[in-house]
Design a protein around this ligand. Structure first.
Ligand code: TYC
Length: 103
């Protein structure tokens, strides 16, 4: 095919750059009052963890003071942290979940 300059050129649409969303950690905080079983129950109910994973995360917070539960987008992290903290509050326990941006 000779190039008469009329051939349709593929349109080069500039691709809008999708920024990768910033990720947030949900952090479980230890306290002296919430029963271990209750912490594991919350981790299973809110974060869909297995008994074993929940126990491991709970024991890490128990021993070290804090433990990372999950890393996800901000909206989900804040919703889950609030849901879990509220579940404990309703049961009369001071259990706390915080969120913080991942470096
Ligand atoms: N330290 C609590 C106890 O001995 C158990 C516990 C573990 C509470 C982890 C909170 O994030 C926590 N009953």
């Amino acid at each position: 095919m000779s190039d008469d300059g009329l051939a349709a050129k593929p349109k080069l649409k500039p691709k809008p750059k999708l920024e990768r969303p910033k990720l947030y950690k949900v952090i479980l905080v230890n306290d002296d009052y919430t029963p271990r079983d209750f912490v594991v129950m919350v981790l299973k109910a809110v974060f869909h963890m297995s008994e074993e994973a929940g126990y491991r995360v709970m024991m890490t917070a128990h021993k070290l003071g804090v433990s990372v539960v999950v890393v996800c987008v901000r909206d989900i992290a804040e919703t889950k942290a609030k849901e879990a903290t509220d579940l404990a509050k309703d049961a009369g326990f001071p259990l706390m979940f915080m969120t913080e941006p991942e470096e």
